[in-house]
Design a protein around this ligand. Structure first.
Ligand code: OOG
Ligand code: NI
Length: 472
């Protein structure tokens, strides 16, 4: 039966992208800017024989023009658990836990994404999915939010039926896949008619604009989509040049020779007309600011040690910036300065175990295997990974980071809240609550570090088998 989760995910992502471009035309312009920036970067790297290595995956048009992520915000356990079932049909599973109270938001999150190298290579689309933490709201707002959320159903009856079918028969027929896409899109569609009154909306918004965004509408509208670029600094410049309302700085690590983790920027959310119910059943006009477009540049995945170093440096930068009220360019200068402490070459990332790597046989390694050359005395086991690398039998390639960063997510959230001031945000002293999140989800979230380590380990195991070594 023709049910390929990777194809279904690609088709869904494409349909979502088309829907979003028609809802938010500026998003279509952003995709064009990204395409232009990447074409220029590729051209430059060829012209000047730059030593910059461009991953062919990044420039192959078909793959490149595919969105890398989107984001939705949910309100209840039922919504989160059902979204989990829906994404599972497309081969997207919850990976990573993000505590957004760190950045002052009453929410936590996971990313639904493909969790194998093969599926990521076929189509890497993922959705950053946040859910409200009701326990962090004031009682009055919690009651209002609960009442509004109880009354909505963000899934069409047909979608719910298709989820049952997919789970019981283990696949969807081609026709069911097509229906799955059209019914599934309804969950993410924008509705300009709110489910709450203007007064209720104002109350939710006064506590936090994100609460209003989650609670006031009949669907969980996609709030942004994000293509990947190979030169985010150029995209930022081009967005400015084209007069887009661009965010004032790029989130994440500074520009480096060895990109690490994730850098992101966005154009700011649009103010859109919304109609609020009034108690007499008529609608009154108002507005809401939520939907935007984002760009990401992905670097290398870091080990726990690498990530601790990243977090430590970033926390120091943020403390320094807060103390001296540094923003924009001044913040970036401090960031660049402090990140000099983070090793910036592949051999250092590798040898200091700061990053994850895929190991492969070199042509010499292949030759040894093909010619069944018995390893010479000095190459005989036990042989260390370092020996095999030194003798050019194995080589390594860094693994791309496929996940998100909570503080960067906070920065993206912040620039899209219609300019509320930091001080108006809730001051949180909440702890992360992974257990609570998993209870709402009805499943466990995978540990992203574990997935990268597994990819690394698998690649080593393949090398070991080919070389017929006892261990590496
Ligand atoms: C999610 C923001 C986080 C990212 O790329 O870090 C995010 C949201 O605005 O709902 O998408
Ligand atoms: Ni995003």
């Amino acid at each position: 039966m023709a049910y390929d989760q990777n194809t279904l995910r690609s088709r869904f992502c494409h349909a979502l992208s088309e829907m979003y471009k028609s809802e938010v035309p500026l998003y279509g312009d952003l995709v064009d800017v990204v395409w232009k920036a990447d074409a220029r970067t590729v051209q430059n790297s060829q012209d000047i024989e730059s030593d910059r290595v461009i991953d062919p995956d990044d420039i192959l048009p078909a793959r490149h023009r595919v969105e890398r992520h989107g984001a939705i915000r949910l309100g209840t356990a039922h919504e989160l658990a059902t979204i989990r079932r829906m994404f599972a049909v497309m081969g997207m599973h919850p990976v990573g836990y993000y505590d957004l109270s760190l950045a002052g938001f009453p929410m936590h999150a996971t990313a639904f994404r493909p969790n194998t190298k093969d599926a990521l290579d076929k189509n890497p689309f993922r959705v950053f999915t946040t859910v409200l933490r009701m326990e962090l709201l004031t009682e009055k707002t919690r009651k209002l939010a609960q009442k509004a959320l109880e009354q909505r159903n963000i899934f069409t009856p047909r979608l719910l039926a298709l989820l049952d079918i997919a789970e019981s028969q283990g696949f969807l027929t081609p026709d069911q896949c097509t229906e799955f896409i059209s019914s599934g899109l309804e969950t993410f569609r924008w509705h300009s008619k709110a489910t709450v009154t203007l007064e209720e909306y104002e109350q939710l918004k006064a506590e936090h604009p994100l609460i209003a965004d989650v609670v006031s509408f009949p669907s969980s509208h996609i709030n942004h989509l994000t293509p990947r670029t190979i030169d985010i600094d150029l995209v930022q410049q081009l967005m400015l040049y084209h007069g887009m309302p661009v965010k004032d700085r790029i989130e994440g690590p500074p520009k480096r020779s060895c990109s690490i983790l994730l850098r992101q920027t966005s154009f700011k959310a649009l103010e859109e007309t919304v109609y609020f119910r009034d108690p007499s059943g008529c609608y009154v006009k108002g507005s809401h600011t939520a939907r935007f477009g984002e760009v990401e540049q992905r670097g290398y995945a870091l080990t726990r040690e690498g990530r601790q170093l990243y977090d430590r440096i970033l926390n120091r930068v943020n403390a320094g910036a807060a103390k001296n009220d540094l923003k924009g360019k001044a913040y970036d200068t401090l960031l660049e300065e402090r990140f000099k402490e983070f090793p910036d070459s592949l051999p250092e990332l590798h040898n200091l175990r700061l990053g994850y790597f895929i190991y492969r046989l070199t042509p010499l390694g292949d030759q040894l295997v093909n010619e069944s050359v018995v390893l010479s005395e000095e190459q005989l086991p036990p042989v260390s990974l370092q020996d095999l690398l030194n003798k050019h039998i194995l080589s390594y390639e860094a693994i791309t980071y496929e996940d998100f960063l909570p503080l960067s997510a906070g920065g993206i959230f912040n620039s899209n809240l219609g300019g509320i001031s930091q001080s108006k945000q809730l001051i949180m002293s909440a702890d992360p609550d992974l257990d609570g999140f998993q209870r709402l989800l009805g499943a466990c979230v995978a540990d992203e570090f574990h997935l990268y380590a597994e990819m690394q380990q698998k690649s080593l195991e393949i090398c070991r088998q080919k070389l017929q070594l006892k261990e590496i």
